[in-house]
Write a protein that binds this ligand. Structure first.
Ligand code: ADP
Ligand code: MG
Length: 246
């Protein structure tokens, strides 16, 4: 059964998120403190203890860096950009990781070079998050598989981008939790990727939906307004509804 996700209402402010970050960091810190105390008292830290301490530190580091993207957005600069070249850039970044697991990308791009009014770094962040999730859903599989990326015109005003994997899929009871901060099924996940992506797409007046079949795969649909079209529509409405008094 296909499941549908529209989670814009789950978007949390950075302030609320900070409490979550504190909570997420406190757990690994408690472990680290416990081990160091053990070291002080018994002088007996095993290599396994060391491994755990390192991975806990890595986890803290990952949570903090993903959070910083949210809390301190770099100079936000909306520009008219080719969505195809943003996608191509992201894919060349992730290509070697995918190949490690025998995963291939398949492109179904309409020939037209669609332009979107967007913040390029944020848009890259979205595609990195979504495509990484697709790779991670497939990397434990036996024989790789294909991630299909489509780019097409949806209607006069919008384009569609779909990213379809052949990974483990998402159990239906998990679907409502997607996009909640820190919801993750992965040992090394942060559970921030989808929430960040959702927020960015909303910020671009777009839409992000997730469909999944456990054991079969997952498809993420993104809809974005084409550059130019929307702005003209707004101007038109503005003129119609609010005539400027002289
Ligand atoms: P993270 O990847 O750090 O776990 P995300 O916010 O990116 O955090 O994803 C949250 C959860 O959603 C994942 O842990 C996983 O359970 C599920 N998920 C997201 N994308 C996919 C996918 N393509 N296939 C299967 N599960 C997915
Ligand atoms: Mg992720």
């Amino acid at each position: 059964m296909d499941e549908l996700l529209r989670r814009s209402e789950k978007l949390t402010t950075v302030g609320q998120l900070a409490a979550g970050v504190a909570h997420e960091i406190r757990n690994p810190l408690t472990t680290l403190r416990g081990f160091l105390q053990l070291q002080r008292e018994t002088n007996r830290l095993s290599p396994q203890h060391n491994e755990i301490m390192l991975s806990e530190l890595d986890r803290i580091n990952l949570i903090v860096s993903e959070f910083l993207i949210l809390a301190k957005p770099q100079a936000v600069q909306f520009q008219i950009k080719s969505i195809r070249s943003i996608l191509n850039g992201v894919i060349s970044l992730l290509d070697s990781q995918a190949h490690l697991f025998g995963i291939e990308f398949k492109f179904e791009f309409e020939p037209e070079d669609f332009k979107v009014h967007c913040e390029e770094n944020q848009m890259k962040q979205v595609f990195i998050n979504i495509i990484k999730n697709a790779i991670e859903a497939m990397e434990d599989g036996e024989d790789g598989g294909v991630i299909t990326i489509e780019l097409f015109q949806l209607n006069q005003e919008e384009i569609g981008i779909t990213i379809t994997d052949q990974g483990i899929g998402i159990p239906s009871d998990m679907m409502p939790k997607l996009g909640e901060p820190f919801f993750t099924s992965k040992e090394k996940g942060t559970g921030l990727g989808l929430m960040i992506s959702q927020g960015i797409i909303e910020g671009h007046k777009g839409m992000l939906e997730i469909f999944s079949k456990p054991g079969k795969g997952t498809r993420v649909d993104i809809v974005l307004p084409l550059a130019g079209v929307r702005q003209q529509t707004y101007r038109y409405h503005h003129k119609e509804e609010e005539p400027i008094a002289d």
